[in-house]
Structure formats: structure tokens, C-alpha cells
Design a protein around this ligand. Structure first.
Ligand code: BES
Ligand code: ZN
Length: 659
């Protein structure tokens, strides 16, 4: 039974209290309960029930058609031909079924843009026979519902199908779009709901599947091509156009991953290595040289790494993310290869997902913060252990600043809650900085209140307890309540939890990380702004990317062309090779309408497809009267090189619908 030292405040009241009450909420001292704790009333309120005891409604995934509570797919066997010319994956998938509700005789799957030519179900003799099915109407967001009639006792379904060349989850690159220039390339991006454009399956993080796959490359000319999946691969490594994989650990379908092209490999140690095109493989191996230490640190805090190998693949620059945590094989943007290991927090982040996300998985996208917030927290702990407290605090300070901007610009206040509303327009709404940064600061808040000695083992236990399971926010709160709050009842109040998880905006108990280095940058910046000296005399020689970002982002609005020119002349910011610095500078240049930055900005937009950079740039340019045409011209040029996911996001800026 739950105990609390104070009378409970109903959730609705607690939330309204935030406006006045939480700003000066005292930091409760850490205190362990005595052997005979004082019994206090426990409110059986519906709010409390909802907070610590998930209801069935909390596990509904609004982004999937699948009826997995009745029949769950538990293993898939893929036998596909990868055809660079046709831009398709074609062949069969066999789905193994767990028939949870014996009466249910219809399997409901998610598909998107697939051409299905046959569906068979296994009969009593184990042989496949044709069965009837209905392919529903196409929904622009969810794709197409596929309902398959199942004979009694059928435990397998075999589907013959082919993907579309425009599949949302695959980017097909011509040889000319690769660095090598000779061999085509393809890679997948299934998160959040694009696995259904590659395979007909139950595309919800509420289920898990193991898989086997055989991928054959079509045509005779495939000596250069290596196919990889986020799975164990056949060891021979021979490029004979025929590749086999098996994934023994069960994964949510959004972690299904494939990449193929003229890819080289370099080992970092016996179970960590880097795949990339030849031009960058050595630089990337050097850049990511700390990965073994990152893994050791994460294992020390949170328990064993459970996935066998940890490899990374550096994708072409059009990859729309910084990184994607595909199991055993993180996908990374080449923009991380800055030459000074300054952007490797993204590696720490994707590696951290091996615990938060891949091992313990959000059951619905409303709970995305359970994946991304925990991961951002673990990422920051890794960075702290590796590079020290100052760097970790600088990263949190930059994050806090970005979070404020996100919260202020939120399209709907409900989207600033950690537990997101059940009527999000798209899964993109789940992945704002609210999930990442507000989520991280919530875990950080808990860490501060309970202390690391209690909180680190708690998290390790959480990852173990829910390993290979799907959880909702309320499962975590329940576990927190049982494992920590009962032991330390004064550490965190119920209303503080409610404000963090169900409240909107910035909680008053959110950390404001202080950095001496940033304070020094600010002092210098002020002095320079007041006109005392030339930008070239700003002592920047020991600045890292972080200090540059702090400097650029905190420049006041309207500093004017002279100051911008002065900075640019001293530091070549318009042509910076560091993508983060270049991006911050371009955003500033749009605000200042600083002409000399626009040509290099156009170059940047043509060569990089990472959403973190290009969505805000196109967004700001599209809103600017004088630069909208420039942006439309650049986009017309660059669009073909972007991933379909990025194309869909940016089309909206230019198709007139948002005007
Ligand atoms: N899982 C995400 C990427 C993602 C999110 C893909 C939502 C599709 C839908 C990945 O782990 C991630 O968060 N990447 C960040 C890195 C980071 C350090 C915040 C990115 O891409 O910038
Ligand atoms: Zn992530």
C-alpha cells in the first residue's frame, strides 16, 4: 500500500497550483523511512489511480491498426530481393502468431504503399493455403489497414509483396548521390511508423518481434555491395549478393533496419566498429574512438549491454537524423565527424538507447519521453563521466535554452506535457524537445531529489525489471512509487510528479545549469558588443563547439551587419565546417538578414539533409518575405537528395497550404 507523509492534493488542483505554488516549493531533504513509518491516509482518487496505475486506455496506440491484444506477431521471417533499379524490396514475409484471444479470427496489420500479391495462412497440416483478406482505404498518415482471415489454429501467415519506390521508410540513392559515385545506396528509417512501408506487420511499439532475414541483391553487378541489418549477420562478410541475418532479441518493429551500398568496415575493438563509405570511414573511426569507454560507463551504471555487437554506420549526408538507435547498428549522420570529437554526445545518445528505448520501450508514442528523455539523461551521464561535469553542464545549459524556445513556440500547450494527449496529429508531435529535454530534466530532478546513491541502482533495476517490455508513463511512475518513494517519502511529492508529467510548460523545479565557461563567454560577448575591441581579439582559442553555440545563440537581436561582418571576418562562421556552429550562425544570419551568409547557407542546405538543421532553416526562410524565394529555389534543387521523410516535412512550407 502506498504511504505519503502529506494529505494528497487532487491532480487538477495540483496542476493549477503550479502557477503559484511550485515556484518556491522547498527542496525536501532526503530521508529514509524509519522501521515503523507513520500511516497516513491514502486518497483513492481517480487522479491518483491514473497516475500510478495505468488503465487499458493508456496503452492504446492511436498510430496503429493492429489488434495485437488479440493476435500478436512474435517472429517474422523475411526473404526479400533488394533491387536498386526498381527501387524495391520484393519477396515474402512469414509472420508467426501468438493467438492471445482464441476466438479472434482476423489478423489486423499495418501497411503503407505495399503491393500485395498473395496471402496464405498455415493449415492444420502446417501447409500454407490461400486465405481471404481486405486491404482498406489509404490513410495519408496511418497507411492502409490489412485484415486477414485466419483459419482456426493457423499459427503462421505468409505474405508475398513488394515495396513502393517512394516508400516513406526507405531512401534510395543513385551512385551520383554517394561519395564514391559508383554504387547505389539504400537505407531505412522505420521510426516512428514507417516499418509498415517496408514489411506488412503490426507497426506498434506495444509489441516485440524477433526475426530472420535473407536479402538477395538483384542483378549481376553487386560485387561492391554490402547489405547490413540491425541484427546478427552471417560472418563470412563475402559480397556475393546473398546475405542472411537473425535477430534473437525481440525488438519493437520501429527498430527494423537495413542499409546497403559500397560500405567499408573498421573495428574499434572486438565488438564495436564503424561502417561507412570509404571517404569517411577512417575519420569516423577516429571520431568515435571513445565508444568503448561510453559502453563501459553505461554498463557500470545501468547493467550489462544485452545486444551482442555495437556497430555504427555513417550514412550519406541526406540521413534526416543525427542518429537512430537501430539495435546492434546505430545509424549516424556524417555531420558528427567534426574532427575534434565535439559532437559525440549523439553516439552516447544512440548507445544509451540500448537501455532506454530498445530494452525498455515506450508502449505508445504518447510516452515517447520514456525513450528520449531517459536516453538524453543517460547520454548526459555518459558525457559527464567521460569529459567531466563542466561539459555535461554546458550541454544541459544549451538544452535548457532550446527547450524554452520549444515551449514558447509550441503549437498546442498540450504538446508541452511529458505524457502527451491522445489526439496528436502526427507522431512528429511526440518528438519535440519536450520529450527529450523536459524528459531529461525530469529524470535529473528525480536524481537530485533521491541522490545518485539511491537513484542509479533504481534505474538499473528499472531497466532490468522491464527489459524487452513495453511500458507507459504510469508504469514508470508506479515503479518509482514502489521502489523509491515508499523508501524516501519526503523526497518528491505527488503534486511535483503530477506537475512534471501531466503539467504544461516549464516546471519551476527545472534545473538551471550554471557553467563557468559560459559565464566567461557571456562576459566577453558583452565587452565586445559594447564596442571595446575587435572580434578577432575575443579569446576563442580554447573554445569548444559548446562555447561557440552559447556565444552565437545569445547574441542579441538586431546587432546589425557591422557586428556580423566583424565576427565572420575573424572566424569564418559562414563557411564553418562544424555543422552545429554553421547552423547556429545561419539561423542568426536569417534574423539579421546578413547577406554574405546566404550563399554558403544554400550550399549547406544542398549538401545536408539532417532535419535538426534543415527544418528550422527552411521554416525561418519560408516565413521571411525577402528570403522565401531564395529558399524555394534552393529546395527545388535539393529536394531530390532529401529523404522522403524530410521531403514531406519541407513540402508543407512551400506547397501554399501554410500561407
Ligand atoms: N530515435 C531518435 C531519432 C528519431 C526520433 C527518429 C523520432 C524518428 C522519430 C534518435 O535517438 C535521436 O534522438 N536522435 C537525435 C540525437 C540526439 C542527441 C538528440 C537526433 O537525431 O538529433
Ligand atoms: Zn533518441
Amino acid at each position: 500500500m502506498h504511504r505519503s507523509t502529506r494529505p494528497l492534493i487532487p491532480l487538477a488542483l495540483a496542476l493549477s497550483l503550479c502557477v503559484t505554488g511550485c515556484a518556491d516549493h522547498e527542496n525536501a531533504p532526503l530521508a529514509e523511512t524509519s522501521a515503523s513509518p507513520v500511516e497516513v491516509p491514502v486518497a483513492p482518487s481517480s487522479e491518483r489511480d491514473r497516475m500510478f496505475n495505468p488503465a487499458a486506455a493508456d496503452r492504446v496506440d492511436q498510430f496503429s491498426y493492429a489488434n495485437f491484444d488479440e493476435i500478436a506477431v512474435q517472429h517474422i521471417n523475411l526473404d526479400l530481393t533488394l533491387d536498386f533499379e526498381a527501387r524495391t524490396l520484393a519477396g515474402t514475409v512469414i509472420l508467426d502468431l501468438d493467438r492471445r484471444a482464441p476466438d479472434a479470427n482476423r489478423l489486423v496489420l499495418d501497411t503503407d504503399d505495399l503491393t500485395i500479391t498473395a496471402i496464405e495462412a498455415s493449415g492444420p497440416d502446417g501447409r500454407f493455403g490461400a486465405t481471404s483478406y481486405i486491404l482498406g482505404e489509404d490513410d495519408p498518415m496511418l497507411g492502409t489497414k490489412l485484415e486477414i482471415d485466419l483459419p482456426e489454429n493457423a499459427s503462421q501467415v505468409r505474405i508475398t509483396y513488394e515495396t513502393s519506390p517512394g516508400a516513406a521508410g526507405l531512401q534510395w540513392l543513385t551512385p551520383a548521390q554517394t561519395a564514391g559515385g559508383k554504387t547505389p545506396f539504400v537505407y531505412s528509417q522505420a521510426q516512428a511508423i514507417h516499418a509498415r512501408s517496408m514489411v506488412p506487420l503490426q507497426d506498434t511499439p506495444g509489441i516485440r518481434i524477433t526475426y530472420d532475414a535473407r536479402i538477395q541483391v538483384a542483378g549481376a553487378n553487386h560485387d561492391d555491395i554490402l547489405v547490413l541489418m540491425g541484427a546478427a549477420q552471417d560472418e563470412d562478410g563475402v559480397r556475393d549478393g546473398d546475405f542472411s541475418f537473425s535477430m534473437p532479441q525481440p525488438i519493437p518493429p520501429y527498430l527494423l533496419a537495413i542499409a546497403a551500398g559500397d560500405i567499408q568496415f573498421r573495428a574499434i575493438n572486438d565488438h564495436i566498429g564503424v561502417y561507412a563509405e570509404d571517404y569517411i570511414v577512417d575519420a569516423a573511426t577516429e571520431e568515435f574512438g571513445e565508444t568503448p569507454r561510453m559502453e563501459e560507463i553505461a554498463e557500470k551504471f545501468y547493467g550489462e549491454y544485452r545486444w551482442g555487437r555495437y556497430d555504427m554506420i555513417v550514412l550519406p549526408p541526406s540521413f534526416p537524423f543525427g542518429g537512430m538507435e537501430n539495435p546492434r547498428l546505430s545509424f549516424l549522420t556524417p555531420t558528427l565527424v567534426a574532427g575534434d570529437r565535439s559532437l559525440t554526445n549523439v553516439v552516447a545518445h544512440e548507445l544509451a538507447h540500448s537501455w532506454s528505448g530498445n530494452l525498455v520501450t515506450n508502449a505508445t508514442w504518447r510516452d515517447a519521453w520514456l525513450n528520449e528523455g531517459f536516453t538524453s539523461y543517460v547520454e548526459n551521464r555518459i558525457m559527464e563521466a567521460l569529459y567531466g561535469d563542466e561539459r555535461a553542464r554546458m550541454e544541459r545549459a544549451l538544452d535548457r535554452q532550446s527547450l524554452i524556445a520549444t515551449v514558447e513556440g509550441a503549437p498546442r500547450p498540450a504538446l508541452t506535457r511529458l505524457k502527451l494527449p491522445n489526439d496528436m496529429a502526427t507522431t512528429d508531435d511526440a518528438f519535440s524537445l519536450v520529450a527529450y529535454i523536459k524528459g531529461m530534466f525530469f529524470i535529473k530532478f528525480l536524481e537530485d531529489r533521491f541522490g545518485r546513491d539511491a537513484f542509479d541502482p533504481f534505474l538499473e533495476k528499472y531497466f532490468d525489471q522491464f527489459a524487452f517490455k513495453a511500458v507507459v508513463t504510469e508504469d514508470f511512475l508506479h515503479f518509482l512509487d514502489m521502489e523509491l518513494r515508499q523508501k524516501y517519502p519526503n523526497a518528491v511529492s505527488e503534486e511535483e510528479l503530477a506537475i512534471w508529467v501531466f503539467g504544461e510548460g516549464m516546471p519551476a523545479t527545472l534545473e538551471d545549469p550554471q557553467s563557468d565557461k559560459f559565464n566567461n563567454v557571456s562576459i566577453t560577448q558583452n565587452a565586445w558588443l559594447e564596442g571595446d575591441f575587435n572580434a578577432g581579439d575575443i579569446p576563442t582559442s580554447d573554445w569548444t563547439t559548446h562555447e561557440w553555440l552559447h556565444f552565437i545563440r545569445t547574441l542579441p537581436d538586431g546587432i546589425g551587419t557591422d557586428k556580423m561582418t566583424n565576427l565572420d571576418a575573424a572566424f569564418d562562421l559562414s563557411t564553418s565546417k562544424n555543422a552545429e556552429i554553421a547552423f547556429a550562425w545561419y539561423m542568426k544570419s536569417i534574423v539579421e538578414d546578413y547577406e554574405p551568409a546566404f550563399a554558403p547557407m544554400g550550399e549547406f542546405l544542398r549538401s545536408v539533409g539532417r532535419g535538426k538543421f534543415i527544418y528550422p532553416l527552411y521554416g525561418a526562410l519560408a516565413k521571411s518575405e525577402s528570403r522565401r524565394e531564395f529558399a524555394a529555389d534552393v529546395y527545388a534543387d535539393a529536394r531530390d537528395g532529401y529523404h522522403p521523410i524530410a521531403q514531406r516535412r519541407i513540402d508543407i512550407y512551400f506547397d501554399g497550404t501554410d500561407q
